[in-house]
Design a protein. Structure first.
Length: 325
């Protein structure tokens, strides 16, 4: 009955043309403003049978003006429930009863006199996201959320669900997070996620070393880079230092990771030993030597080079020193 009532109302078969001035006048009229004030209370109480009955007592132009202002109130308040969502969906589906014609430079444009349909549609979509988030949290806590299935779909759908997951992940218990992390070792479909958003956030929340290892092995994107920067902010916490060292296996992330390590003052013992070993490498030795030299470790580097029989160390130091300003 409620759906029939919401869908009801006298509407002309063809939209009636009105002027912009008429639309402004009716929207600002005392009768419309009084009715809006009264019906906002009914909207807030989700009493849509009474609301629609009251609307039906108005002339159609006034009714449309009131609907527009009620939807604007819904947009401003942001408080939704299922009954409000049903009513808003009905507003989104209403055919324009009135149109206005705008004259441009040599052309005429006919458009709806009231634009509450698009606003109502956006609120319905917001409510659907709320329900989806509640379902996600509930399924995750019960152990029924299968990430590879939940994140499936076209790229646009995947991105929406990814953002929803990232937003509500902090609400999950440690047990729920651990169950989701375990899926990455048993479900190969998760290796094909289009970006690192879910992996990076799960790694950060859980601290799981396997999740971090997976993150560092994947192609760099804004999510993995953001996680390296977050770890850099947390250093010299031991867990952060450990993962910054691990992140250097990623060719795109290692410059940032090395820089974060060498700027630690004082340099943690484990980081110092890690960087010393890197000086022996052909691939990264010069980069590490240069970063250390920039941070004032020239004497330490020169001592290492003089004490070492490894020509690679000496070459790396020489090349790094040549790059200094």
């Amino acid at each position: 009955m409620l759906l029939l009532l919401l869908a009801g109302g006298l509407k002309p078969a063809v939209a009636v043309e009105v002027s912009k001035q008429e639309v402004k006048q009716v929207a600002a009229s005392p009768q419309v403003q009084t009715r809006v004030a009264a019906l906002i209370t009914l909207y807030d109480r989700s009493d849509f049978r009474a609301l629609e009955f009251n609307l039906s007592q108005l002339a159609l132009l006034q009714q449309e003006a009131v609907r527009a202002q009620l939807v604007q109130h819904a947009l401003d308040s942001g408080e939704l429930d299922q009954a409000k969502a049903i009513w808003l969906q009905a507003q989104a589906e209403r055919k324009p009863a009135f149109t206005v014609v705008e004259q441009g430079d040599g052309y005429l444009v006919t458009q709806s006199a009231f634009h509450y349909g698009a606003q109502a549609r956006s609120l319905v979509m917001e409510w659907q996201q709320i329900l989806l988030a509640q379902e996600m949290v509930r399924d995750a806590e019960s152990g029924d959320l299968v990430l590879s299935g939940w994140l499936a779909g076209d790229l646009r759908s995947q991105k929406k669900r990814r953002d929803l997951f990232l937003k509500h992940l902090p609400e999950l218990s440690e047990q729920a997070v651990a169950q989701l992390v375990s899926q990455f070792t048993s479900d190969s479909k998760l290796m094909w996620l289009p970006d690192n958003g879910v992996i990076a956030r799960l790694a950060a929340v859980s601290g799981d070393e396997q999740m971090y290892h997976l993150l560092w092995l994947r192609r760099t994107d804004r999510y993995s880079l953001a996680e390296v920067n977050r770890l850099a902010d947390l250093a010299p916490a031991p867990a952060a230092v450990k993962q910054l060292m691990a992140a250097t296996i990623n060719p795109s992330l290692k410059p940032v990771a090395y820089k974060a390590l060498v700027t630690l003052k004082p340099l943690p013992i484990e980081a110092r030993e890690f960087l010393r070993e890197k000086l022996d490498e052909v691939d990264d030795g010069e980069m590490v030597a240069y970063e250390l030299a920039q941070q004032g470790y020239v004497q330490w580097l020169e001592k290492l080079a003089s004490d070492s029989r490894n020509q690679v160390v000496k070459n790396n130091l020489k090349a790094a020193m040549a790059r200094l300003p």
